[in-house]
Design a protein around this ligand. Sequence first.
Ligand SMILES: [Zn+2]
Ligand SMILES: [Zn+2]
Length: 797
Amino acid sequence: MELTFLGGAAEVGASCMLLRVAHHCLLVDGGMRPGSREGRLPDLHALVTSPPECILITHAHIDHTGALPLIASLYPSAPIYATESTRALMEILLKDAVRIMEQEGLKPDGETPFYTAEQVDMLLSRIQPIGYYQPFAPLPDAAEISLCFLPAGHILGAAMLYCETPEGTILHTGDISVTDQRTVKGLDLQRLPAADVMICEGTYGDRGHGNRKEEERQLMETVQATLARGGRVLCPAFAVGRAQEVLLILKAYRASGHMSPVPIYIDGMIRPVCALYQNQSHDLQPGLQRYLTNARRPLFADPDLHIFAVRSFERPALLERTNPMVVVSSSGMLSGGASPLYAAALARDERNCILFTGYQDEESPGSALLRAQRGDVIRAGEQSIQLYCQIARYNLSAHVDAEQIAHVVARVNPRHLFLVHGMPEALTALARRFKRTIVTIPAVGDCVVALEGQLAGVDLEPHYAAVPQLVTHGDSEPLATTAAVALSSRATSAAATLAPELPVPSIENLWRSAALQGPARPWTVVELGHAYYGAGYRPALRAQIEQVLLEAATYFRIERVGAQPTYQPRPAEEVKRFVSLSQLVPGMIVIVRGHQGSPQLALVLEPSQAGNILLIGEQWKAVPRPLNVICLVPGVMRPEWLALPATTVKAALRTWRASLDELWIDLFAWWAQCQEEHRGSDEQREDFEYSALCNLAQSEDERVAWGLELLLHGVNLFRHEDLYWIPFERERILRDSGFAHHLALLRAGKGTPVNVRGRRAVLTGRSNWRLFEVRWTEEGEGEGELSKVRTVHIETL
Ligand SMILES: [Zn+2]
Ligand SMILES: [Zn+2]
């Protein structure tokens, strides 16, 4: 077994390692040194003689992925593996990297970009998403090499790599955190496998972090002190991980009353990353998942809670504002993004505070600001920052400290330990802790034989057995599923992981499994995948589930929490109705109802597709609408209208609608009839379906008119439950004096003499909502004529 360190060895940046084992070559990470003036890329020479057969990615940070678009394009047939969240984050980070490189390339002394946006797209499209604890064989023709991603606790999607080979087992930590963060849980020490060879990060190998909660408390004390003196706070933060931590801390302290209720603004690349964190909610720590399920609120930007995502056109106005507020903006070292702008604006006023929470590169403006004296001027890109405000720094690290590393190493108990990803001092200090292990601190370019002189490959039993993860939802039982696939620990399950040949569920199947296990709650895509496939679920199946969910509208109520779509199973009755709706044919007349607007007539233009239907309404343009706006009035067709221009159809619908109002549909009469039928029977409720009501009517026009009237005024007289309309109790209706009067007039009936504002008339027997028709009987002008009169003006004699 041979390890070659191409970057990220005795340094932080450009992490890249080549593993040669059992006659195969695997590459782990391909990072960049973003701030560096020279040599941003790892030393790729070793790849010429040992081309990687696959590429494994621990996490999305640029110091682990920044060179991958280039490397991947050099080895177009090598499969690439990462967790789903890592792939999603890479998309944001690498596209930003391209943008920055292109900007730099415009300067006369700039290097040309190492790769293009197309290369980034190509890389992303090649990545196969892998779930945690799901072993797979990374090389198609080497089943003896098995890999497993384990949660690393560092940022969303970060993984350790555990590899079983004929020459021994290997654990590559990538970047790790043992401490629970607010976004992700720390790595699980209990589930750490033992390994013969361990490659471990040592960023803070010579330091302790202190208590995380205490650090947060002190940070918030400074925030609150600043706000209390009328100041503004800027937290420059790394877009991935740190910014989300800071936002959740601010949110928690403000919600508990320990921070003034001032607005919080989010700017820079943090915004899309926050949206992504929420879309990958299954990788977040359980408390946040519960918050999403229960509170149904976005996690980060949430205008109702006064946490705003700043759009670039709003920025100038925000920079002018002087009221207390907190701004969280990328980049974390003031080396780009929006944070230098805010720093320049805030630094001028001594009441304000700039708060750093992350690593500051020696050459970065952030680092310079930390060293600066009052009145000094610091350059940050185009901005010059003159320092008068307070500067503070707190440590919210997403890395293990020295003590924790010792713990992790003790659990893994390697025979050969490699310390990487740290400054030489940190790694040397760390090495001293391990007396009984071979420890190597490689330099960039080193090629080291692991387990040299030891008998490798003796222990072929897997140290790490994957435990199938059963998902539980609240109090319900662990899932017994239709398509549960048992996990075996070794590469035998590779096929299931990489090219899932599990059946594609129908939308009805997805609905059934969700309705069975959690009928009253919204589900995310990933949860639906777990509900259907059980332990057989793989991230690679997500795309096919999302495809099926395009048809979801008839089976689920679809809502968005922030940017994340959620799916709540509809009750069976409702599904029945919507499924019947999905069989609508062009030329049908339906009644449609938007969110608020009053019901209107519409013509179906095309059959339904993916829960939407193309129709044209009295007041609506011909665009696809969700099926759930439709109320079906059975058997009313106008196929001949399909050939007409849209404007003509719209006009015809309006004319028709106007004529329907002349039909005198009285909903009170129907309510009273329901009461009548109900009386004397033991049955407590007399309910009816919408379409049944419409069917009672004689003519087609009446059917439509009844349908419209029920939607317009029905809620005043009937309770609405799923498909059913249930008449309100008599007492409740009679309590409304207007309603009682209307009913009294109805009972009095045709021919009843009445007094209308001092004139005599008789009821004709026609009435509708708050209107009666009368025939004037007083001698003189208008005698014998008909009028519509508002109910309130009518008195019986
Ligand atoms: Zn990292
Ligand atoms: Zn790193």
